[in-house]
Design a protein around this ligand. Structure first.
Ligand code: PGA
Length: 249
């Protein structure tokens, strides 16, 4: 019912040559994968070359960030139109690194999602609690706030929610399948409450130290529909294995 969605978030990694060489090796390895949506989100500087290489393949291009204005005097920013124009189908919004290091608030994230959707981009909307919030028992409150404020006045068509517990990002500490399932089920319940049956067709993906070793057990969870992969997406071999997870569902 929901097509698995596996996205690579390269963050601030890979030069042009590194991008080209990764894709040259990766594209043929996954060319027969038709039952998974595969997304690569390289840094902005690599979008153009990646778009050229991905033409005619089964891999979609994504960006890691976007600004919410359409055009104008916003030095250093990139508009949704520029992203769709270069060939992006998706954009990641609300990543915890953007929230933490660049002070992105729920309100800013809400504006970015609206602008991205208006330009026809699919949105990978990231939410997740910190270790401190989890230990204080605030996980569900935090997630509910991020959903309510981030998605205020927004429809969830073409929107993928990425649950990324901050304590699991880049730390090697993955949520257990039970922890992931518990939260994904909570998110789906909330989507059901706000959007009715659309909740059943919306992808909720997991992110945070996903590797070839844990992808199969995560994907076996009923409400885990895919993964947002940082570190393990930088190597062709490990990302290929993640894309070709073993379907135990
Ligand atoms: P990680 O990053 O896989 O390196 O933990 C995931 C992410 O931040 O999207």
């Amino acid at each position: 019912m929901r097509k698995p969605f596996i996205a690579a978030n390269w963050k601030m990694n890979k030069t042009l040559n590194e991008t080209k060489s990764f894709l040259k090796d990766f594209i043929p390895l996954v060319k027969d994968v038709s039952d998974v949506d595969i997304i690569i989100a390289p840094p902005f500087t690599s979008l153009y070359v990646a778009a050229e290489q991905l033409k005619g393949t089964n891999i979609f291009l994504g960006a890691q960030n976007v600004f919410y204005e359409e055009v104008g005097a916003y030095t250093g920013e990139i508009s949704p139109l520029m992203l769709s124009d270069i060939g992006c189908k998706y954009v990641i919004v609300g990543h915890s690194e953007r929230r933490q290091y660049f002070n992105e608030t729920d309100l800013i994230i809400n504006k970015k999602i609206k602008a991205a959707k208006k330009a026809g981009l699919g949105v990978i909307f990231c939410i997740g609690e910190s270790l401190e919030e989890r230990e204080k028992g605030e996980t569900f409150d935090v997630l509910l706030r991020e959903i309510e404020e981030g998605l205020d006045d927004i429809d969830i068509d073409e929107l993928i929610i990425a649950y990324e517990p901050i304590w699991a990002i880049g730390t090697g500490k993955t949520a257990t399948p039970d922890q992931a399932q518990e939260v994904h089920e909570f998110i789906r319940d909330k989507l059901q409450f706000f959007y009715g049956n659309k909740a059943n067709t919306s992808c909720i993906i997991y992110g945070g130290s996903v590797t070839p070793n844990n992808i199969d057990s995560l994907m076996a969870c009923k409400d885990v529909d895919g993964a947002l992969v940082g570190g393990a997406s930088l190597k062709v071999e490990s990302f290929t294995r993640i894309v070709k997870f073993r379907k135990e569902k």
